[in-house]
Design a protein around this ligand. Structure first.
Ligand code: 5GP
Ligand code: ZN
Length: 118
């Protein structure tokens, strides 16, 4: 596992790096992606460091469930009333670049999305 001290998203959680926050509670943080691929593109992460979905076990079950249930609420609040996409890239072949589990939420008019998608 990454040391949280070297982890970009842990540093965002700790306030050591800036982010444009969408939502925060005790267990999770959502912030806008720095290189948006759609008119709405934010990331939802657990505050506790876990490298990827492949590293999750029963101990992460509760926070994962809370994150999934939070997505529609945050997407609606961001203006995605017509739908949205959720993506979790996992591991090298999954295209994961940042090894702190994160869930992409993308939305907005389809014609304005960039390719390749996350
Ligand atoms: P992955 O490919 O790991 O699923 O996605 C990582 C995402 O994190 C990318 O969409 C990338 O644009 C975003 N990202 C990388 N560094 C930063 C950063 O410092 N701040 C923010 N807000 N997003 C970042
Ligand atoms: Zn981390």
């Amino acid at each position: 596992m990454n040391s949280p001290h070297n982890c970009l998203f842990c540093r965002i959680v700790a306030g050591q790096l800036p982010s444009r926050k969408v939502y925060e509670d005790d267990e999770m943080l959502a912030f806008h992606d720095i290189h948006p691929k759609a008119p709405v593109h934010f990331l939802l992460i657990p505050k506790v460091h876990v490298d990827s979905l492949a590293d999750c076990g029963p101990g992460e079950g509760a926070v994962l469930a809370k994150m999934m249930l939070k997505v529609p609420e945050l997407a609606r609040a961001a203006g995605c009333g017509n739908g949205f996409r959720t993506v979790i890239n996992t591991g090298p072949d999954g295209g994961q670049e940042v090894y702190h589990l994160h869930l992409h939420v993308l939305g907005g008019p389809r014609g304005q999305w960039k390719v390749p998608l996350p």
